[in-house]
Every structure is written in structure tokens, then in C-alpha cells.
Design a protein around this ligand. Structure first.
Ligand code: SAH
Ligand code: SF4
Length: 359
């Protein structure tokens, strides 16, 4: 059975959409319009406790006092030398830790959110996958990461973040309901008002989740992590490929494209000698033929539990040109904040090592 979020994390107003807060107020015999003040405090004023909220009728205050604000504390914070990346390790109510990364590019800020404590998918090169799976995050634990990013930006005199990517720890489509509730909250104009077009969900290829996203017409961008152009190559890096092999996965992507009319982003971590030849690029191009696709290439960020190396820049360029030659737009993603271990799950893995090491 999948462990559920702890009681403290799963209860509480931070997990509720605006309508649900209204309904909870109403069920307590209170006026639903107080939901506006409650949300303003949580998501606009970024209040740390209800004491900071003025002008509430006594009955509403008593109701809120019985539901204390429950947001994770910052267990560690690191900034990269180039100042473009800040990384927060958040400690949840049950002591589990997840990472949130804030990146700046051309004056725009993107927050990278975690959706699970750990991950069950076991991709061999990924620090989170190497650490195993602990539990799903509750919606409020995902929302709290945006709150933390906004607090940090506000403290620095800025606004934002403007963009969100669900590319931190965990597999978003393995925690579908909590992720969708969190995004309903985050994109609400009364909360953080981040446009759905500025939100990207990255999945390892959970086929039923991709189909559901399409059929529910969710207005977010979809990124699919491929890393292999045939089942043998992909299963060696992404074991969950055995559950949803490439023909099924690409079929789901075509279904998604047809239903939504949206472009799909494909992520490709380049590992030297494993999936990085121009010949592989051409096989990838024929796999994706006919899809409206954009391919993001990410040279491997080395992790302790995997012996592979990053593809050298000249080979990255050759791979990119082979894809572009086949008609696919393609971007090489910068490995931001390598010095703060901004790869997925790496700060958490480092912290565990530090804590395990004798003083
Ligand atoms: N579980 C989701 C989202 C989190 S991982 C997914 O797999 O898509 C986000 C992206 O980071 C994925 O494309 C993943 O393959 C990539 N990634 C993870 N570890 C990496 C590493 N060590 N080097 C380069 N890319 C990595
Ligand atoms: Fe999980 Fe994504 Fe890491 Fe794979 S790459 S183990 S799916 S977080």
C-alpha cells in the first residue's frame, strides 16, 4: 500500500481549493465570503499565522485558530555561485524533506517543485530514484513550495515566480489527484495567479496519467522524459519502461496531441555511450514522426549511485543537429546551479550523507 501524507499534512486549509474553503466555512455556519480573507492571508500576504490577519469576526478567528497554518520549515538553503539558482530543502511535518529550486533566466523566475517524497520509478541516473519512494505529497505541501519561492523573492524585493515546472523530486502523474488540486490552487487568480500556460508537468511516462490529462483537458504543458529510442535502450535507464513500453507511451502522446492540439516537450538526458549518438537521434526522430514535439537535451548531471558520464559538448551538438535535420526543434538545457547540486534529489541526498557521516 502507498503511504499517505501524515495527518498534519493531509488536514488543514492549505489543501483546499477556494470552493472547498467556502464550503468548509459554510458547513461551520459561517459566511462563505470569508474565504477571500483566508486566501488573501495565505497566498497574497504570505502570513505565517492567523495572528497576522486583521479584521476578522470573532467566530471566524476561532474557527481558524482551530486550524493552524501548517507550512514546512526551511531545513537548508543554498545559492549557486552564479547567483541564478537558489535551492530550498523543506522539512515536512513528519520530518521528510523535499527540494524546491528557484531559477532565474533573463529576469524571469521559474520554480521547480517536488510532488513526492522520493520516487518509485527508479531511473538509474536520478538521485531521487536512487533513494527510493517514501510517500506522496499532499496538495498543500506542493502549494507550500510556491509560497516559499514567493517569500524568498519578496524578501529580495521581487515578484514571482512566473513559471513553474514539476521537475523536482517525484513523479507527478503517480500522485495525480494531489498534483491537480495543488495546481487548481496555485493557478487560481485569488492565490498565486500563475497562468496555466506557465506550468509544465514532467512525467517519466505514466500512460494512464497522460491519457487522463488529455481527456480532462488540463491546460498545462506536458513534458515526457524519454531517454531511449527503443525499449531495450530505454528500459536500461528507465525501468518503468517495462510497465509502459515505448509503443504504448508514444501512442498515448499521439492521443494527447490529437485531443489537445498541444505541443509535447520531450526530455532527453544524454549519457555518454548510452543514448547519445547521431544514429540514436535519427531513431528518436522516426519514433516521434508526425508529433508536434520539442526536444530538450540535458547532459547528465553525475550522481553518486550511477557510474555514467555526461556527453561531451561536441557530441551534444551533433545529436542536436541530427534532430534538427529531421525537423524537430531542439534545445540544450543549461545545467543550472550544478554547484548547489540542483539536479533532481541531489541536495537531499547530500544532506543525508552529511547527517550519516561521523562528526
Ligand atoms: N519524474 C518526472 C519529473 C522529475 S525528474 C520525470 O522523470 O520526468 C525531471 C527531469 O530531470 C527528468 O527529465 C529526469 O530524467 C531528469 N533528471 C533526473 N536526474 C538527472 C540527472 N542526474 N541528470 C540529468 N537529468 C536528470
Ligand atoms: Fe522519478 Fe523522474 Fe527521478 Fe525517474 S527521473 S526516478 S521518474 S524523479
Amino acid at each position: 500500500m502507498i503511504p499517505a501524507p501524515s495527518a498534519a499534512a493531509a488536514d488543514g486549509l492549505q489543501n483546499l481549493t477556494f470552493r472547498e474553503v467556502e464550503a468548509a466555512l459554510e458547513a461551520a455556519g459561517l459566511r462563505p465570503f470569508h474565504a477571500r480573507a483566508v486566501w488573501r492571508a495565505m497566498y497574497r500576504d504570505l502570513a505565517g499565522s492567523w495572528d497576522e490577519v486583521a479584521d476578522l469576526p470573532g467566530a471566524v478567528r476561532r474557527w481558524l485558530d482551530a486550524r493552524p497554518l501548517c507550512f514546512p520549515e526551511v531545513a537548508a538553503e543554498v545559492a549557486s555561485g552564479d547567483g541564478w539558482t537558489r535551492k530550498f530543502l523543506l522539512r515536512l511535518a513528519d520530518g521528510r524533506e523535499v527540494e524546491t529550486v528557484l531559477m532565474e533566466f533573463a529576469g524571469r523566475h521559474t520554480a521547480c517543485l517536488s510532488t513526492q517524497a522520493g520516487c518509485a520509478m527508479g531511473c538509474v541516473f536520478c538521485a531521487t530514484g536512487q533513494g527510493g519512494f517514501f510517500r506522496h505529497l499532499a496538495p498543500g505541501e506542493i502549494v507550500a513550495q510556491v509560497r516559499q519561492a514567493r517569500r524568498a523573492m519578496r524578501a529580495a524585493g521581487g515578484t514571482g515566480p512566473r513559471n513553474l515546472v514539476l521537475m523536482g523530486m517525484g513523479e507527478p502523474l503517480h500522485n495525480y489527484d494531489a498534483v491537480m488540486t495543488a495546481l487548481d490552487i496555485i493557478t487560481d487568480t485569488r492565490a498565486f495567479n500563475i497562468g496555466p500556460a506557465h506550468v509544465s508537468i514532467s512525467t517519466v511516462g505514466v500512460v494512464p496519467g497522460i491519457v487522463r490529462l488529455a481527456e480532462e483537458r488540463r491546460p498545462y504543458n506536458l513534458a515526457v522524459s524519454l531517454h531511449g529510442a527503443d525499449d531495450t535502450e530505454r528500459s536500461a535507464l528507465v525501468p518503468v519502461n517495462r510497465r509502459w513500453p515505448l509503443p504504448e507511451l508514444i501512442g498515448a502522446c499521439r492521443h494527447y496531441g490529437r485531443l489537445t492540439g498541444r505541443r509535447i516537450f520531450f526530455e532527453w538526458t544524454l549519457v555518454a555511450g548510452r543514448n547519445d549518438t547521431p544514429e540514436t537521434a535519427r531513431r528518436l526522430a522516426s519514433l516521434l514522426r508526425g508529433l508536434d514535439a520539442h526536444i530538450n537535451l540535458i547532459p547528465l548531471n553525475p550522481t553518486g549511485g550511477f557510474g555514467g558520464a555526461a556527453t561531451a559538448p561536441a557530441a551534444v551538438q551533433a545529436f542536436k543537429e541530427a534532430l534538427q535535420g529531421a525537423g524537430f526543434p531542439c534545445t540544450v538545457r543549461q545545467r543550472r546551479g550544478i554547484d548547489v547540486a540542483a539536479g533532481c534529489g541531489q541536495l537531499q541526498a547530500e544532506n543525508r550523507r552529511r547527517e550519516a557521516a561521523p562528526a
